[in-house]
Write a protein of this length. Structure first.
Length: 77
């Protein structure tokens, strides 16, 4: 099994944990995702059956995290 662990550090970590949690609960064939962290850190642990599935999941979660962070930034402006 292929595995990636991504740590994001910043003041929006709690919001990212809450916004990404529903996605982690979805069934993605051959992929398992865990979201954890506390304070200013969120950790995404992605495991997949092969490198292609891992790459797709990492790209998706990074994109969703970027969108969520962008929304937070705009809401605070």
């Amino acid at each position: 099994m292929a595995r990636a662990e991504i740590r994001i550090h910043g003041e929006e970590a709690a919001i990212l944990r809450k916004s990404l949690a529903p996605e982690a609960g979805r069934e993605i064939p051959g992929t398992r995702v865990r979201i954890a962290g506390r304070g200013p850190t969120v950790t995404l642990t992605i495991e997949a059956e092969d490198a292609s599935a891992l790459r797709a999941a990492v790209n998706s979660y990074l994109r969703w995290a970027d969108v969520a962070a962008g929304v937070v930034k705009e809401a605070r402006a």
